[in-house]
Structure formats: structure tokens, C-alpha cells
Design a protein around this ligand. Structure first.
Ligand SMILES: Nc1ncnc2c1ncn2[C@@H]1O[C@H](COP(=O)(O)OP(=O)(O)O)[C@@H](O)[C@H]1O
Ligand SMILES: [Mg+2]
Length: 368
């Protein structure tokens, strides 16, 4: 869906703001701290019902107010989405003036992908960033995945508590106590592993193409799924997982920790067969992170049958001129694009689309 108009009330530094957007490309320029990321955050919230950053709900409400709303109108379908935040931390959403039961009902209306500063962690950061990418993406297209993930995470916590207790009490034969949790772990864990693997198989080809387009060099990017235990085939995941848990019982008991399963998965990202995390430059890592996210965005289009919205928050830093130009060319082909930058970008002059400048006073001016 294309976001035609947004209206903010008491959101962050915006007391009242109404903006219209271009179908293809929207550039937002302004000095540090004027509210560029805040504006992209508000668009993100229309798609996900929550902020992309780990903020408390009430933090998005303007400092001097006690409620806030974000309203977005779609261009291609007659849809209005409204998200309201209250000072007690509650929030609610409406679609065409009808309150939704759960904010997850917003998923799939404005399908969005945010590419900001933190996203470089996809390549450079801890494995949890790569798991989060897979979880976020698959959750948008598979509600069962969300349920499995919740059950799985609960099982890991419960299991660790039992392991701790068994270790303390020195219970002989305590393995039996773990069995029902092992079943939950394996059943849900196997589902998660299969879905992650399928996601990666789909995303990898597109990601390689985007990366070689962006970098314009013959470097070869590869992404491989690295599960925490080896399985002989996709069909045998359950059996091999159970086997692993049995085999490693003493080790898990010693450390009171669950070592095997999707919460320990990772992705191995390599450039010309060398670990990108260890040897890649910042620019290469950023180009790879962006390619993975663009490829995931493209998958959303296949699923929802409508183009995604891309939020590129200050993401040209670290990219050289060629990569920047190419990203600028590529993104609007994938979906409606919003770009924020503290400086005017030389290559954006005379392009179609809207350019807004946010002044330090908070006034937003249409430049182009
Ligand atoms: N709840 C809020 N109410 C009012 N202002 C806020 C609120 N939250 C953040 N801000 C202000 O927003 C500014 C940061 O905006 P941001 O969009 O991150 O800037 P940038 O343009 O650099 O991306 C800061 O000046 C901060 O004080
Ligand atoms: Mg910013």
C-alpha cells in the first residue's frame, strides 16, 4: 500500500503535522535532532503498531501532552489507519474508524521495512540481530510462527529453571523431569528452524543480486543458515534435536543452560568466502545489510501482493558515491521510498518525488 498522507498530533516533537507524500520517492532533509527519524518512526508505527526502537509507549507522546495520534491514509486503497498512544502506556489502533482487537491486525496493511543505522548490526553485530531479522520478517507473514516462538521461548526459560534446580538438588535421574519441556522445545523449535531455512533460501538469491548491483564489483556474497546443532535432513530435525538434547544433558546440567535450538542459531555471511563480520569494511557490511533487508522487503511483496514501503533512515553514511547512487536508484523500484538525511544528497537533485526540509523550529517545508 502507498502512504498518501500522514497526520501527526502530539507525536514526539510534532504537535500538529499534516504531510502528503509522493508515490515513489520522499526525501526528508534537516539538521541533527530536528525530527527526521521521528517522522519515519511514525510511519513505521502505522505498519507495526509499535516503535522500531525499544521505547516505552508513552515516550512517543510529546513531552507537554498526554496523548498522541498518528493517522495514515493509503493511496491505492481507501484505507485509514490510526494509532493512538495514551499517557498510561496504553495504545489502540483503528482501521477505517473501527477499533482493532489486536495491533497485530495492522500487519500487512502498510508493509514496511526500516533500514537505519542499527541495521548494520545485521552483519557486524551479535547473532541475536540476525535472529531478530528472521523473526521479524517471518512473523509478518506467518502468525503460527509467532505462536511457536512464544511457546519455544517460554520452554527455554522453564527448562533453564529446572536445570538450575536439578543441579542444586543433585537429583539423580532428573532427566525425566525435562522430558515434557523437551517435547515442547523440539516441536516448536523444529517449526522455527524450517521456517527460517525456507526464508533464507528465498531471500538469498535476491540479496546476492541487490548486493552485486549496489557494489558494482565482482565480490560474491553468501549467506548460510548456521543452526546450533546439525541435522541430517529437514525431515529429521525433530529426531536429531531430541538426540542432541539427550546426548548433551550433562553439559546443559553443568551450566544450567539450554544450548541447542533456534535461540542459538546464527547466519554466516561471507564475502568471497571470508567472514564479513571479521574482515568486511563498514561500507561493505552496510551494503550487505541493506541488500538483505531489501530482499526481505521484496518477499513481503510476493506474500501480500503489494509493494512494501521502505524507510531509509540516514543510511547513506558509510556508503561511497557509487553505492549511494545505486541505492537511490534501486529503492524506489522496490517500493514507495522515504529517505532521511542530515545533508542534501547531491545525486537527488532534479529527481521526481517530494523533498521536505524540516527546520529547527519544527516547521516542515516542501522544497520540491
Ligand atoms: N516525546 C517527545 N516530545 C518532544 N520531543 C521529543 C520527544 N522525543 C524526542 N523528542 C525530540 O526529538 C529530537 C530527535 O529527533 P530525531 O527524529 O531523532 O532527530 P533527527 O532529525 O536527527 O533524526 C530531539 O531533539 C528530542 O528532544
Ligand atoms: Mg535521525
Amino acid at each position: 500500500m502507498i502512504l498518501r498522507e500522514i497526520s501527526l498530533r502530539n507525536f514526539r516533537n510534532y504537535l500538529k503535522l499534516n504531510l502528503r507524500f509522493d508515490n515513489r520517492l520522499n526525501i526528508i532533509i534537516g539538521s541533527n535532532g530536528v525530527g527526521k527519524s521521528n517522522l519515519l518512526e511514525s510511519i513505521y508505527i502505522l505498519g507495526f503498531g509499535r516503535s522500531p526502537w525499544a521505547t516505552l509507549n508513552r515516550d512517543v507522546i510529546n513531552f507537554n501532552e498526554n496523548w498522541s495520534t498518528i493517522t495514515g491514509h493509503a493511496k491505492d486503497r481507501n484505507i485509514e489507519v490510526k494509532v493512538k498512544f495514551l499517557s498510561n502506556g496504553h495504545k489502540k489502533a483503528e482501521v477505517n474508524n473501527k477499533t482493532v482487537k489486536s495491533l497485530s491486525e495492522l500487519l500487512g496493511l502498510f508493509t514496511e521495512t526500516l533500514i537505519g543505522h542499527e541495521e548494520i548490526n545485521l552483519v557486524r553485530g551479535a547473532p541475536s540481530y540476525r535472529r531478530k531479522l528472521m523473526d521479524m520478517h517471518i512473523s509478518q507473514i506467518d502468525p503460527e510462527y509467532v505462536q511457536c516462538l512464544n511457546k519455544y521461548n517460554k520452554a527455554v526459560t522453564a527448562r533453564n529453571k529446572i536445570l538450575e534446580k536439578l543441579k542444586g538438588d543433585g537429583v539423580v535421574g532428573g532427566k525425566v523431569l525435562l522430558e515434557s519441556w523437551n517435547d515442547i522445545l523440539v516441536q516448536n523449535g523444529a517449526y522455527i528452524i524450517r521456517k527460517r531455512k525456507a526464508f533464507l533460501d528465498k531471500v538469498e538469491k535476491q540479496c546476492k543480486e541487490f548486493f552485486s548491483f549496489l557494489s558494482n564489483e565482482p565480490e560474491k556474497l553468501d549467506i548460510e543458515y548456521s543452526p546450533s546443532f546439525e541435522y541430517s535432513s529437514v525431515e529429521a530435525i525433530e529426531e536429531d534435536y531430541h538426540k542432541k538434547l539427550n546426548e548433551k544433558y550433562s553439559r546443559e546440567l553443568r551450566y544450567s543452560n539450554t544450548f541447542y535450538g533456534p535461540h542459538r542459531d546464527d547466519l554466516t555471511i561471507t564475502l568471497d568466502s571470508r567472514s564479513m563480520r571479521r574482515f568486511g569494511s563498514w561500507g561493505q557490511s552496510r551494503a550487505a545489510s541493506i541488500s538483505i533487508l531489501l530482499a526481505s522487503a521484496q518477499l513481503l511483496e510476493d506474500f501480500y501482493n503489494c509493494k512494501p514501503i521502505l524507510l531509509l533512515d540516514d543510511c547513506f553514511t558509510d556508503l561511497d558515491e557509487i553505492r549511494s547512487r545505486r541505492l537511490f536508484e534501486l529503492a524506489p523500484q522496490i517500493g514507495q521510498t522515504f529517505i532521511s538525511s542530515p545533508k542534501p544528497l547531491s545525486f537527488t537533485q532534479n529527481t521526481d518525488g517530494f523533498t521536505y526540509k524540516i527546520h529547527p523550529s519544527g516547521v516542515v517545508e516542501r522544497m520540491q
